[in-house]
Design a protein around this ligand. Structure first.
Ligand code: ACO
Length: 459
């Protein structure tokens, strides 16, 4: 790799989510919710979940080893490894250290980085750290590797259908097909109690659902305003949604993504930006004088702005909604699963396009940042990323027992001295799974034999 790196960003991606999943309409019936509440009301189709043999560590082992194998990257070529997660299995030992056996067995222990945590934002912090490292004077010419891994589970109640689970691994380096426009980045950080996990004996968060929705939209507005200001200072012209080809949002559930994008159009209207035509102006004019607090509560504004946004939404947002609708909220992995969906759906036409991402983590931290998509040589081109992720194949779920599994997991959370069912019949070959937690809380994993029959060592 050349020094003075250019076009630093994401070279390759791999996504893993458990093959165990519940249809949202089945969950609606089980929970006694009105028909359509989860599917239309929240906009979700399905929700993946971990059984007793999978967790955030096994999922990230699977995603990392699969990425390295499929791209033929020697583990010695990794110089920084950062993990974003809010699923706490150990208050001291980072998830990153559980991934180290992959590198240790190749003689590579010279790898910087640990875990970053702030709700769904930790993966973005990890990604910024890796990109900044490659752009810095500390860079030693090797790749960075970012892992976002979470199992999102909620107690019984209205939040339960907004769970999900996944791990995503991203290889970071120069001359990337997905490169950062580092000057186009804005953040909003504040103190809020919208979603948090103070009870360390439970995997479930304390969540104020309504407040979390408003915090998300306020953070979005603030990031978008700052980003527009920065762009206008740099380019000397006004910014609007028309300057972006695709938007990718952190997706707790699809309805919030629809509302969020509509909010950007309302911002454009308030700033008299070029995306707003005469008919849109007319529809939004009655809301021009609302205070910002009033604007978050107004159902009429929500409806009018969603109507104005609809044609833009279909072309600029909808292509990134596939995996989040099918798998659910994957916390740190959610925004990158949305990005993976865009690559899956549009890889052959993305070169030269600008994508704007919005990352939100309760508590709260958020950033909006821009990437450019570039045509580069194999193996790191966009079409190869799409084919390695193989999303269509992974979305073929066998039906599984969700509620019974949650009961087992509640009992197991934080536990020791047990062996799991070791039932990996539904897992794909090459997937890591949990086999045992011993009397000293040490966790042990095995890898399901690959298709060619090779067995990997457990860690
Ligand atoms: N058919 C169609 N739509 C329906 C039906 C039905 N039968 N029943 C209700 N709905 C609609 C409602 O009108 C509402 O739509 P709206 O948002 O357009 O008004 C939607 O379904 C949700 O219903 P509510 O009753 O408003 O909300 P609920 O009490 O079910 O809670 C919530 C939803 C707050 C998202 C909850 O699931 C939750 O707390 N989730 C976790 C927190 C979260 O994800 N926050 C987002 C940002 S923070 C983060 O990422 C964790």
């Amino acid at each position: 790799m050349a020094l003075q790196p250019k076009n630093v960003g994401i070279l390759a991606m791999e996504i893993y989510f458990p093959p165990t999943c519940i249809q949202q309409e089945v969950l609606e019936a089980h929970d006694g919710a009105s028909k359509g509440k989860y599917t239309i009301g929240l906009g979700q189709d399905c929700m993946a979940f971990c059984t007793d043999v999978e967790d955030v560590i096994s999922m990230s082992l699977t995603a990392v080893s699969s990425l390295l194998e499929k791209y033929g990257v020697d583990p010695k070529q990794i110089g920084r490894l950062e993990v974003g997660s809010e699923t706490v299995l150990d208050k001291s030992k980072s998830i990153k250290t559980f991934l180290m056996p992959i590198f240790e067995k190749c003689g590579n222990t010279d790898i910087e980085g640990v875990d970053s945590t702030n709700a769904c934002y930790g993966g973005t912090a990890a990604l910024f750290n890796c990109v900044n490292w490659v752009e810095s004077s500390s860079w030693d010419g090797r790749y960075g590797l970012v892992v976002c891994t979470d199992s999102a589970v909620y107690a019984e109640g209205p939040a339960r259908p907004t769970g999900g689970a996944a791990a995503i691994a991203m290889l970071i380096g120069p001359n990337a097909p997905i490169s950062f426009e580092s000057k186009l980045r804005a953040s909003h950080m504040a103190h809020a109690y919208d979603f948090y996990k103070p009870d360390l004996a439970s995997e479930y968060p304390v969540v104020d659902g309504k407040l979390s929705q408003t915090c998300y939209l306020m953070a979005l507005d603030s990031c978008y305003k700052s980003l527009c200001d920065k762009y206008e200072k740099l380019e000397g012209k006004r910014f609007s949604v028309s300057d972006v080809d695709y938007f990718v949002f952190h997706s707790p559930y699809n309805k919030l993504v629809q509302k969020s994008f509509a909010r950007l159009l309302f911002n454009d209207f308030l700033r008299s930006a070029s995306s707003i035509n005469e008919s849109a102006k007319e529809k939004l004019a009655p809301f021009a004088s609302l205070t910002s607090d009033e604007s978050y509560q107004s159902r009429d504004l929500e409806k009018a702005s969603q109507q104005v946004a609809k044609p833009f939404y279909d072309s600029k947002v909808q292509p990134s909604t596939l995996v989040p609708k099918q798998v659910g909220n994957m916390y740190t992995a959610s925004i990158y699963a949305a990005f993976a969906s865009l690559i899956h759906n549009k890889h052959s036409t993305l070169a030269g396009q600008r994508v704007m991402l919005f990352s939100y983590g309760s508590g709260l931290s958020s950033s909006m940042f821009s990437v450019r998509l570039n045509e580069v040589q194999l193996p790191f081109n966009l079409s190869n990323i799409a084919s390695v992720m193989n999303i269509s194949e992974k979305l073929k779920f066998p039906p599984e027992k969700f509620v019974e599994t949650m009961k087992v997991m509640e009992h197991r959370y934080g536990g020791k001295d047990f062996v799991t069912s070791k039932d990996c019949s539904v897992l794909a070959p090459g997937t890591y799974y949990l086999t045992e937690v011993d009397s000293k809380y040490r966790r042990f994993y095995s890898k399901k034999a690959s298709e060619n029959g090779t067995l990997a060592n457990g860690h």
